[in-house]
Unconditional design. Structure first.
Length: 192
């Protein structure tokens, strides 16, 4: 049983292996869910790992801890995402990548709480009007999850070779506060 509240902290370079373990655990589970999401790392294992490492170095990746156990991870990025490129951007946004909850913590609402934290924190610290996330195009169960979390579809990315083409966004102004909190967390996504 988890020890509440969990602790959300910025991930560091030595956490790379734990993040990859969470992704690999999710990939095994996803195979049983009628989706090819993460069946093989995209674009390659080295490419995926270098993107994760770059997010770690930039201070944009977070891990939610239950003592010494990594319960979940996400990357929350206030910088424009090239897969959402608009000229000019219609709204200030926070972009969430690689939200992964350990199967041991599934069904507790931790993923939803992390999405809401990213959106609220993005609004408070970066004036983000929306939280955006791209989903694996063929993972319709994940699309339904985002609908249930209050996200609206925002079309498909035009690159049909990109596996996470389905785009969703949610207004940060409608994100509820959770009490009691599931985790303690800082109030900024990146250092000023």
């Amino acid at each position: 049983m988890p020890v509440w509240p969990l602790v959300l902290r910025r991930a560091e370079t030595p956490d790379l292996a734990r993040i990859i373990d969470l992704i690999d655990e999710a990939a095994v589970w996803l195979r049983r869910k009628n989706t090819d999401q993460w069946a093989k790392p995209w674009p390659t294992r080295a490419g995926r790992d270098s993107v994760i490492l770059a997010s770690l170095h930039a201070g944009k990746t977070w891990i939610c801890w239950d003592g010494g156990t990594a319960a979940a991870t996400l990357t929350a990025d206030p910088d424009p995402d090239p897969y959402w490129s608009q000229d000019p951007p219609a709204r200030a946004a926070i972009y969430v990548h690689r939200l992964v909850v350990s199967r041991r913590y599934a069904g507790l609402g931790l993923g939803a709480a992390l999405l809401n934290w990213a959106g609220r924190t993005g609004r408070l610290a970066h004036d983000a009007n929306v939280v955006r996330i791209s989903a694996w195009t063929t993972n319709l169960g994940l699309h339904d999850y985002y609908y249930r979390q209050g996200f609206s579809p925002r079309g498909l990315h035009p690159d049909d070779g990109y596996p996470s083409r389905a785009r969703f966004e949610k207004l940060t102004s409608i994100i509820p506060f959770c009490w009691p909190p599931m985790f303690s967390a800082p109030s900024r996504l990146v250092e000023p």
